[in-house]
Design a protein around this ligand. Structure first.
Ligand code: FFO
Ligand code: GTP
Ligand code: MG
Length: 461
């Protein structure tokens, strides 16, 4: 494919030791060479590929030295984009790196769009769409596990699995074709149906296995949406502050302090949590507080995990019991806080209400019991399976949606065969599942989707 030459700053904006301006395209070497003055008469255009060169950039307008640099020359196709790539390593200062970018733009490069280097790697066929999507997951990863998952996908794990399943579907389709071409042979039909069902069930099983990883996969990637609930003043905001090791939320002894939902990301023993602190739930006349309580109820519905906080030094109230009712059927950890104060709560009653939820008693004031809480959170979500590392996880909503649609189409094909639907109808379902899987790796996807996906990237990636 033919593209123009793009350039961008590929390192973060700010002061640093070194910054990189990257170029990709047919003119990359020529553009860099027109600015570069190496030791002696060294020309970048004559340099061997994958070599790095010390020298200066000269501003053609003034003839003055603009910057001292190291320039990497990487000629396609064995590069990140499969095109000629130049990386100019300059001094890491805002003025310096912008000056270098300006120089290459003046020489005819075009400023790259966000994600455009990775997009070229995709369009030029070095990686498929799911691998490209993993690049952004890798950059955004907040835990080791999330990063390993992204690395696996970047390296093509999911892609290979998808390709294998698509191949299976093609083989099934070939059998169907035989059946359509020779409908008069009953034997052929018998055999085809047998084989078709067997293979289709295998593909369906594999798709379901993948989908089963999606919950944990999504959690690894996006974090567990964790909502802290409880009556006013039980210590919800104190709990948030303790888990994030910072005073993010306002804590006072006035019930009804938190009015809006507060959001923070934390890593609890490798479990990424998206923590939401809410307004204490109670009947109230205060308008602002009431809106807050409504919001608490709303975020409650979308939570993956509930941290339900009670007060050790107060009796269980009707409001506490209502909160238990509101979270019925969800993943809940019951936390009894303020154990440093005299006990007034009936723990037997709490145990009964908590039923099979985990229950921990803590004192945030004395920093006691927080370890047990962290242990309860991590054991709830990672019971061994995730450590094995040989599972392929799907974590991306786009992939999950396509996989379940593909599984559905396969299912239609299977039940079609079983109830004797005409084979050309079955063929349509099979073809559909083959196409849906193709969209995951970027075959037959619409250009606007591709643009939208890559626009989420950072500049220079
Ligand atoms: N300086 C620099 N560091 C970087 C990057 C970069 O672009 N520049 N990367 C940017 O993300 C990452 C490395 N990723 C890369 C992935 C593929 C190829 C590449 O050239 N692949 C070719 C050739 C492989 C080979 O030599 O055999 C290929 O796959 O065909 C380069 C970098 C992280 N570090
Ligand atoms: N004695 C004692 N006091 C605590 C403990 N944890 C929190 N507190 C105090 O309890 C009061 C309320 O704490 P918050 O964290 O603001 O409670 P909240 O549940 O967020 O309250 P609202 O936002 O009003 O719903 C503050 O004065 C805290 O210092 C504890 O373990 N022991
Ligand atoms: Mg609060």
């Amino acid at each position: 494919m033919e593209f123009d030459t793009i350039a961008a700053i590929s390192t973060p904006m700010g002061e640093g030791a070194i910054a990189i301006v990257r170029l990709s395209g047919d003119q990359a070497v020529e553009i860099a060479d027109s600015l570069f003055k190496g030791v002696g008469s060294k020309r970048l255009s004559e340099a061997a590929t994958h070599t790095i060169h010390y020298g200066h950039l000269i501003d053609p307008k003034t003839g003055q030295v603009a910057e001292e640099v190291m320039v990497s020359v990487m000629k396609g196709p064995k590069t990140f984009t499969k095109e000629d790539v130049i990386e100019i390593n300059c001094h890491g200062g805002l003025v310096s790196v912008n000056r270098v970018l300006q120089l290459v733009l003046n020489q005819g490069a075009r400023l790259a769009e966000p994600g455009e280097f990775t997009k070229r790697a995709f369009l030029n066929g070095r990686i498929d769409l799911s691998q490209a999507e993993a690049v952004i997951d890798l950059i955004r990863a907040k835990t080791d596990r999330a990063m390993n998952m992204a690395l696996g996908q970047m390296e093509g794990r999911l892609s290979r699995l998808i390709q294998k399943l698509r191949q299976e579907i093609l083989e099934i389709l070939a059998h169907v074709e035989v059946n359509i071409d020779y409908p008069e042979y009953e034997d052929v039909e018998e055999m085809t149906h047998q084989m078709l069902l067997e293979k289709a069930k295998y593909v369906k099983g594999e798709l379901e296995k993948l989908l089963q990883t999606s919950q944990q996969g999504k959690i690894l990637r996006e974090g567990i949406s964790t909502v802290i609930v409880g009556r006013p003043n039980v210590g919800k905001s104190s709990l948030l502050n303790s888990l994030v090791h910072e005073n993010k939320a306002i804590v006072t002894d006035i019930p009804g302090t938190t009015r809006d939902v507060i959001e923070e990301y934390v890593n609890v023993r490798g479990v990424p949590l998206r923590l939401l602190d809410t307004a204490g739930i109670r009947e109230t006349e205060d308008i602002v507080e009431r809106i807050g309580v409504e919001r608490s109820r709303k975020v409650l519905k979308e939570a993956d995990l509930i941290l339900l906080v009670l007060n050790y030094s107060e009796e269980l109230s009707e409001e506490d019991r209502n909160i238990f009712k509101a979270v019925e059927g969800m993943d809940v950890i019951v936390i009894v806080n303020k154990t440093d104060l005299p006990q007034n709560i009936n723990l037997e009653e709490v145990r009964e209400l908590a039923n099979d939820y985990s229950l921990v008693t803590i004192s945030l004031l004395e920093d006691k019991g927080v370890d047990q809480l962290e242990e309860a959170i991590s054991s709830l979500f990672f019971s061994g399976a995730i450590e094995s590392g040989d599972l392929t996880y799907v974590s991306n909503s786009r992939h999950i949606a396509l996989l379940s649609q593909a599984a559905h189409a396969i299912d239609e094909a299977i039940s079609g065969v079983e109830i004797g639907t005409p084979i050309d109808i079955v063929q349509i379902d099979l073809t559909r599942s083959w196409e849906l899987l193709g969209e995951i790796i970027g075959e037959s996807v619409h250009e606007s989707l591709i643009d939208q996906l890559f626009s989420q990237f950072c500049l220079g990636k």
